[in-house]
Each structure stands twice: as C-alpha cells, then as structure tokens.
Write a protein that binds this ligand. Sequence first.
Ligand code: 5GP
Length: 193
Amino acid sequence: MKKMQEKILAEGKILPGGVLKVGSFLNQQIDTKFMKEIGQEIAELFKDDEVSKILTIESSGIPIAVSAGFAMEVPVVYAKKNRSSNISGDVYCTSVHSFTHGNNNNVLVGKEFISSDERILIVDDFLAHGSALTGLIDIVEQAGATVVGCVAAIEKGFQLGGDKLRNDGYRIESLAIIEEMTDSEIIFREDQN
Ligand code: 5GP
C-alpha cells in the first residue's frame, strides 16, 4: 500500500533496537481517514476468502481490525493479555513474547467467540519476529477453526517473522514491508507496490 509507505516515511520515528514509532497515525493518535482506507485495503485483499470473523490482540491491533471489520461486515474479536499464570475458565490461552516490552503475556480468547466452522482473518499493527501472530494462529487452531490468513499494517522484514510464517504455509499480507531500517533511513521491500 503506497500510502502506508508514504506515511511511514513522513511520520515514522526510528528508535534504537529496530523499533518504529507510528504514534501520530496508528498507535496513539489514529488518523481516522487513513484507518478507513486501511480497512478497505484489507477487505479488498481478502474479498474472495469468505472470512467470517477477524481476530486481533489488544491494544494496537484493535483499530485496524475494527476498520477491516466495518469494511468486510464481519465481527471482530480481540485477544486479551494477562500476565498471571493462573488461568481459569473457558478460554483458549497461549503465550506471546512482547518484542517492545521484553516480557511474556498469556493471551486469552473466550471459547464462545471462536467456533470450529469459522474462517478467521488475523490482523495486527506490526509483524516483527512473529510471536504475536504465531500466538493468534495457535488460538484459532486450538478452536479447530481455519486461519484464512494474517495481515500486518507494517512488517519489519529484517526481523524475519513474516518470512518464517510464509515458509510454514500461512498467507501473510503486509501493507508495507520494511526491508532495512537504519538510524536515518527506511528501505521498503522491492516487490511491494
Ligand atoms: P512480534 O510478535 O511479531 O515480534 O511483534 C509484533 C508485536 O509487537 C505487535 O503486536 C506490536 O504491537 C509490537 N511491535 C513490534 N515491533 C514494533 C515496532 O517497531 N513498533 C511498534 N510500535 N510496535 C511494535
């Protein structure tokens, strides 16, 4: 998505450790007009895939998932993070390592929200090492439902999570793939339009 690349170049801030801040349009302040376009782009990518529900993870994935949910007219479920190891109740649970916070979270989805006949599209803001998407895939597969694919607004290709998931056979779409990021420069993957 050309406009995602343009927004990253215009407004993204590169932090040490390979972290990109996009607080002005995606993470803290939300550019609602652009968010609407993101949802429409995701809907277009998966228009032939009979998606029945979108799954994301709190908190930064939620606006993107909701925008796509509006465009596709399907419900959105978000997984909740819970640091306690004492999990009870009727939930699917998996462990996800947080790249930005350097800790592990249990990630929970109530069993009532995903059934085995569903076709789930997984959405998140960033794809880095792939831990968040791998955890969400695990939850969908625990439910016996189908993972139609995953979408990240921004993939950091140099952290390799996306390519690992593609090699595992999952359809991974990213609206922008950053191939290289130095202190002063961002280079996108060439085969991106
Ligand atoms: P992964 O699990 O793929 O290593 O990392 C993805 C998760 O970490 C996303 O849910 C996102 O919230 C966070 N994340 C990873 N890299 C970045 C980054 O460069 N910037 C921001 N804002 N979040 C990131």
